[in-house]
Design a protein around this ligand. Structure first.
Ligand code: 3HC
Length: 324
């Protein structure tokens, strides 16, 4: 019978030691490097959820492209929604470097097995929602995603650089829509405030559950995928919003929101985590509609995939003939 000493049991293989050294040195793990299976799975989970969020996230704003109040607003909104499609594609590509296919990820989404951000399950009944989404949702996305430009996985970190640049433009265009409305008529100001009231709390939920209820944070931070905890980023976001709300002249809908000198944090009302859990469980205001729209789009796009596959087959056959 062989016995294993404790030292032998905890001894790392050369691959594990090399991986740990990359993380320790704040360097990047690349697709061909060895990585622990749990690291790979965590990345596939986070990156694919992120990609799905970008793709589903096109719907609430796509809803307004045909009704934008001017040609200029329409062109800007169309460019923004196209940017989100691009973000989804970079992110699916980054996830593919980890050994999952785009088809598998798409299937998980349309079967309802994959998560995507809770925020995209809320309706967009007014034009001011385009402003509130840009200001609050893209603002939250920037807070959460700028640190991801330093994520330890190279393809993800590099994709995030361009995504964050584009998100900054999205945030500014949302701010500018709200500013224009706030400088308009009483009815326009009310519409802007109403949109801020509806999007404020869901935008805080985007950062995920509180730290003591976030099962993935500790390990993701140890691996330097996440650099800050959910609550830390939520606090930063509030700090960013408060002076901007003043410039806009909108009120953030939390009577208990104030800076606490002693703790160095924002005091605030409790987030409605029951609502968050309901949305994650598929019972938010628009979950069913969003998924159905995605399924329909996938079915309607079948002929494009077939045509592309047939074209690729012909190209390959022709290349074969040329060689022969
Ligand atoms: N919506 C849906 N699911 C959420 C969520 C949210 N707002 N917040 C957390 N969750 C899920 C997690 O995915 C996790 O689910 P799983 O374990 O079944 O996969 C579970 O709730 C527990 O949460 P954790 O805090 O433990 O999970 P993470 O460590 O992964 O942290 C996160 C959650 C902060 C969202 C992190 O995954 C992250 O930073 N992801 C990358 C950014 C991203 O996906 N953003 C989505 C918005 S996309 C966007 O903003 C588009 C732009 O154009 C507006």
């Amino acid at each position: 019978m062989t016995t294993t000493t404790l030292d032998e049991a905890v001894e790392r293989s050369p691959e594990e030691a090399a991986f740990d050294a990359i993380i320790e040195a704040d360097s990047r793990v690349e697709p061909r490097d060895w990585m622990p299976e749990a690291y790979r799975k965590t990345l596939i989970r986070q990156i694919s959820q992120h990609a799905h969020s970008e793709i589903i996230g096109m719907q609430p704003e796509g809803n307004w492209i045909t009704r934008a109040p001017s040609l200029k607003r329409k062109a800007i909104l169309m460019a923004k929604v196209q940017d989100e499609a691009g973000h989804g594609l970079y992110l699916y590509s980054a996830a593919q470097t980890l050994g999952i296919t785009r088809d598998e990820m798409t299937q998980q989404l349309i079967d309802g097995r994959a998560k995507y951000s809770s925020i995209f399950n809320y309706p967009t009944p007014t034009w001011a929602d385009m402003g509130a989404i840009g200001w609050l949702v893209d603002g939250a996305a920037i807070c959460n995603q700028v640190p991801l430009c330093r994520a330890s996985y190279g393809p993800y970190a590099r994709a995030m650089i361009r995504i964050c640049k584009e998100e900054s433009f999205h945030q500014r265009q949302g701010f500018e829509i709200l500013l224009t409305l706030m400088q308009g008529t009483e009815a326009q100001r009310e519409m802007a405030q109403d949109a801020v009231d509806r999007w404020y709390w869901p935008s805080l939920m985007m950062f995920g559950p509180p730290d003591d209820e976030s099962p993935n944070s500790a390990q993701s931070m140890a691996w330097k995928i996440k650099r800050f905890s959910n609550d830390e980023l939520r606090q930063r976001f509030i700090g960013m919003l408060v002076p901007q709300a003043e410039i806009l002249g909108v009120t953030l809908p939390d009577p208990n929101l104030r800076w606490n000198e002693e703790t160095g944090r924002w005091d605030m009302s409790e987030i409605d985590w029951d609502e968050f859990r309901e949305v994650l469980a598929g019972r938010g205001p628009c979950n069913a509609e969003r998924l159905q729209r995605r399924r329909d789009a996938h079915e309607e796009g079948a002929w494009v995939r077939e045509a592309a596959a047939e074209y690729a087959r012909k190209q390959a056959a022709n290349a074969g003939k040329a060689v022969a």
